[in-house]
Design a protein around this ligand. Structure first.
Ligand SMILES: Nc1nc2c(ncn2[C@@H]2O[C@H](COP(=O)(O)OP(=O)(O)OP(=O)(O)O)[C@@H](O)[C@H]2O)c(=O)[nH]1
Ligand SMILES: [Mg+2]
Length: 242
């Protein structure tokens, strides 16, 4: 049997964390979970530790000292995953924006060898599948995806998506010390570099729903990092410094 791990980065997710963990463990396919918590002041990690008593084999927790952004949390999670014997590794938010039942579709597309990376995508089939975002967020995200494709020519519509499955070979091919970005740009960078390395990416339609509990961590710095970062990343790739 192949083994799959879902990495969920958390910062102040006490309202969501137990529910999302239980939801994933109730799915019809087996997934282990790794929570990567950046010392959330609201005690998210404490809730996870308590739940580990119920799921001692399958629920894992990486406690990090400082809040360093999503990118750094995921890299720590990927490195942890590669020490284990996981064949497939997934990224998912804690806030139910990514429908957890779709993990199964993402997993199956990798198992059936349709691709090396599967992306839960908001923007395929000419639609924008987002619920409860204001117009500003929709425009920002949608035009960001067009901007990224214009600059990089990557054949992926939802490049900022954070609901992603990787075959372990993809992660093994990365030098994480060369990953530069921490916010949305981290998601773009992972897809861009994987594509440049020759890995195949498939997009699976999902409906993305805005969080109903807890607070957003979105801020202007993340946006400007993405705008300049994409140009820089493309420029560097011309010289093969991936
Ligand atoms: N470990 C860690 N997790 C983070 C950090 N920033 C965000 N997260 C988590 O990453 C996931 C995505 O963050 P969100 O705040 O939902 O970001 P978003 O989806 O862009 O924005 P909203 O859904 O509007 O809040 C959530 O599970 C967060 O708890 C961080 O610095 N460290
Ligand atoms: Mg969110």
């Amino acid at each position: 049997m192949s083994k799959a791990l879902v990495i969920i980065p958390t910062y102040n997710e006490k309202e969501n964390i137990e529910e999302i963990i239980r939801y994933v463990f109730d799915l019809t396919r087996d997934f282990d979970i790794l929570i990567v918590d950046d010392n959330s002041p609201d005690g998210t990690a404490k809730i996870v530790e308590k739940l580990q008593e119920s799921f001692p084999e399958n629920l894992h927790l990486l406690n990090r000292k400082n809040k360093e952004g999503l990118g750094k949390a995921y890299i720590a999670g990927f490195e942890w995953a590669l020490q284990g014997d996981y064949d497939y590794v997934f990224e998912m938010d804690a806030d139910f924006s990514h429908p957890p039942q779709k993990l199964i579709d993402l997993l199956e597309s990798l198992e059936k060898n349709k691709a090396d990376i599967s992306v839960g995508s908001r923007y395929i089939g000419g639609k924008i599948n987002v619920v409860d975002w204001d117009l500003y967020r929709i425009m920002l995200s949608y035009f960001a995806s067009i901007y990224v494709r214009m600059i990089t020519h990557i054949p992926v519509k939802d490049t900022t998506a954070g609901f992603v499955g990787y075959k372990k070979e993809v992660l093994q091919a990365f030098d994480f010390s060369k990953i530069e970005f921490v916010g949305y740009a981290f998601q773009i960078e992972m897809k861009f570099k994987a594509w440049k390395k020759g890995f195949k990416i498939i997009e699976i339609p999902i409906v993305f729903t805005d969080r109903t509990k807890g607070k957003s961590k979105m801020h202007g710095g993340i946006i400007s990092e993405a705008i300049w970062g994409v140009l820089k990343m493309k420029w560097k790739s011309v010289f093969h410094r991936l």
